[in-house]
Design a protein around this ligand. Structure first.
Ligand SMILES: Cc1ncc(COP(=O)(O)O)c(C=O)c1O
Ligand SMILES: [Zn+2]
Length: 413
């Protein structure tokens, strides 16, 4: 934390002191936290990290705020699971799943929320808020409850039951907006200018975004301080993808890995909301906003704030951005569940279906070590799967009924 330098405009490079600001006064560009990497390099080590907590806070030296126990529900250090059965089905060699479904509120958003709210408390805010496609709302409501902060979370009214119930249960204010995420976000930007509230992904966005780097840090540590060759990351606003790439770079900058990272970073979107994939495919870096229409509601951002930076990160790294249909999303969820025993939400289906597509297209190679980020839990988006799965048999509790229901050959060892 002492090693935070300030915040810098990602467009014009102007520097500012650390404060709850998010746009450049000069050019209105987005701001990003900067660090004194030489200073971090002089203290950080693999041993120091290994001695830290079994959570994202073991990488505190590379985060913009110290761990605040009141805002730590235990996010991070989630399993990195070797996925040989999935790899075999995809014709790939080495595939790993970063299973971020097992975070405290079952998505990677706990990483960004605990970072942003720790900073918010440092700045003296007492109300936590966000504009959300669902997972962030869960996370902000839970962390605010744990810390005793007031909360206002804003969501599109048409979200899945599993997102609304698991947010409202924490007892904060849940405001469902008659509109899509982009409408919600616009309202929140106005509210952030009206009330002194900590909107984690609006006025605290530079600090919020840094929490996602821990996904890259954990991946490398869990691979025995080896880099992956290729990662696949779902895109909504594009922040997660850009920060995972930044994370790999920082490990080298502070001397935790010798090798300069050449991790290919690929993005994943749903066809019904693919403004970043579309711009990438057309060779453009201008994103045309769209009206989302997909079952992958957590990724339904039609006008992505970090879309330009995501495209830039993907191009620089030699990756690609794929998009998949809603049917492919459902197939992707089932494929991961059936081969690896991991149940992802629709964003996970987008990621696995895109992984499959990029493997089929030869973009992802058999000799690459691949990591796919599964960022939210399937129990939150039951509606997407309910019409497609059912019990194998529904029978009375008798042996006869059981034997009637199954061909005997299915029952042999
Ligand atoms: C489960 C899940 N994965 C990925 C993302 C993408 O995050 P970003 O907006 O940083 O691109 C989101 C965003 O809400 C999400 O809910
Ligand atoms: Zn600027």
């Amino acid at each position: 934390m002492a090693s935070v330098h300030g915040v810098r405009c990602r467009e014009c490079g102007r520097e500012y002191d650390v404060a709850p600001i998010y746009t450049c006064e000069w050019c209105f560009g987005p701001l990003e936290v900067t660090y004194d990497y030489d200073e971090i390099r002089s203290t950080i080590s693999r041993e120091r990290i290994a001695a830290g907590p079994l959570s994202m806070w073991r990488y505190q030296d590379l985060l913009p705020v110290d761990r605040n126990p009141a805002l730590d529900l235990g996010a991070g250090f989630t399993p990195l699971v070797r996925a040989d059965r999935l790899a075999a089905e995809l014709g790939l060699g080495e595939v790993w799943i970063k299973n971020d479904t097992v975070n405290p509120t079952n998505s990677f958003k706990d990483r960004v929320t605990s970072t942003a709210l720790a900073k918010a408390v440092e700045f003296g805010f007492t109300t936590a808020a966000c504009a959300s496609t669902g997972n962030l709302a869960n996370s902000v409501a839970a962390h605010a409850a744990h810390a005793g902060l007031r909360s206002f979370v804003f969501i599109p009214a048409n979200l899945e039951q599993g997102k609304i119930v698991t947010t409202a249960v924490y007892g904060g204010n849940v405001v469902a907006i008659d509109g899509n995420y982009d409408d919600v976000n616009r309202l929140c930007a106005e509210l952030a200018g009206t009330y002194r509230w900590a909107f984690v992904n609006v006025n605290l966005r530079p600090f919020y975004a840094e929490g996602s780097k821990t996904l890259a840090f954990e991946t490398v540590e869990q691979l025995g301080w080896q880099l992956p060759d290729h990662v696949v990351v779902p895109i909504a606003s594009g922040s997660l993808l850009t920060k995972i790439r930044k994370g790999f770079g920082e490990l080298h900058k502070v001397g935790l890995i010798d090798e300069e990272p050449h991790v290919r970073v690929s993005g994943a979107q749903a066809d019904g909301c693919s403004p970043v994939a579309t711009a990438f495919a057309s060779g453009s870096d201008t994103i045309k906003p769209v009206k989302p229409d997909t079952i992958a509601k957590s990724l339904a951002i039609g006008n992505p704030a970090d879309g330009y930076f995501a495209i830039d990160a993907v191009r620089q790294s030699g990756g690609s951005i794929g998009s998949v249909s809603d049917d492919e999303v459902v197939e992707g969820i089932k494929l991961l569940a059936r081969t690896e025993g991991i149940f992802g939400e629709t964003a996970g289906g987008v990621t696995i279906a895109t992984l499959r597509k990029l493997a089929q297209e030869g973009v992802i190679h058999r000799d690459e070590r691949v990591v796919a980020y599964i960022t939210g839990h399937g129990l939150k988006t039951i509606e997407a799967m309910a019409p497609t799965v059912r019990p194998t048999a529904v029978i009375p509790a008798t042996l006869d009924a059981f034997h009637d229901a199954f061909d005997p050959s299915l029952l042999e060892d």
